[in-house]
Design a protein around this ligand. Sequence first.
Ligand code: HSE
Length: 339
Amino acid sequence: MKQKIALIGFGTVAQGLCEILINKKNELAKKYNYRYEIVAVSDLRFGSVYNPDGLNLKRLLKEVKEKGKFIKDRVDWSAIETIEKSNSDVVCELAYTNLKDGQPAIKHCETAFKNKKHVVTSNKGPAALAYRRLKRLADKNGVKFMIEGTVLSGTPVLNLAEGPLAGNKIISAKGILNGTTNYILTKMEEGMSYEDALKEAQKLGYAEADPTNDVKGYDARAKITILANVLMNVNLNMAEVKCKGITKITLKEIAEAKKKNARWKLIGSVENKNGKIKAYVKPELIPLDHPLAGVMGSTNALTFTTDLLGDVTIVGKGAGKIETGFSILTDLLALNNSE
Ligand code: HSE
């Protein structure tokens, strides 16, 4: 059976996903028996389009690139109507991340669940602010809430812990969870100013729409909250996570750290001590012989401490168009396998 997908938001991640789906269409069908149609798209800038038999993805990408809007198959639907009225069975929520109240993404997820549609998302708002409530709503309606892309983009973290590592207790998760700040710290070590490094990270597409979320540590704090709530089965509130960003670190401090054979890294950590959760985000001086010290540029890394396997570290890309597009694909494939 073909998976019928509605995309809410047609920004970088959605376009990355479409490029992958176009380029790998035959391979995905042959190797994974995965067949799909994108039946609907709704985007604040480009408009909404719908075709119950499937939209032409190459044309959608061309239209937004050349005309800045969708032209063919247009409908006068809001995002909510697109979720309700389209014949989709999966909604990919790829609108912008809002870490203040999670809207409008939380409403999009609720609408999808009430209409018995799965949600796949890389949007951190719903996962960081309303995970437990949304998961319950999804369960009640017999559908899935899939959020692999919210932490470390396509580098497997949540699915790794819940899949191959199942049976372990996750005692702690600690690492470099934000690509923008790790990129800035790397560039500052090479002598670049904070401002220029941030501008480069924005140009490369790593930074959030509002980079305050990156540099003040709020993005990493959202990811730590998601890890705690999904993997440690608690209901941690983002505001309970102590948070300090990298805005105060100077070129001088970075140079001094090097002399001491150490490196500043923005570290996010969550630990479950007999049911008591301790979580924080802050810059830490990491000795150069520590595995996290060698993680440079926009690369992320996360170490799980488990009861059966000890430490398990995963290192990989945590941001980017294709990398995050892939995070959506990985959940779409998992949904396909489970049906
Ligand atoms: N702004 C984020 C980062 C993007 O730099 O890691 C991925 O969540």
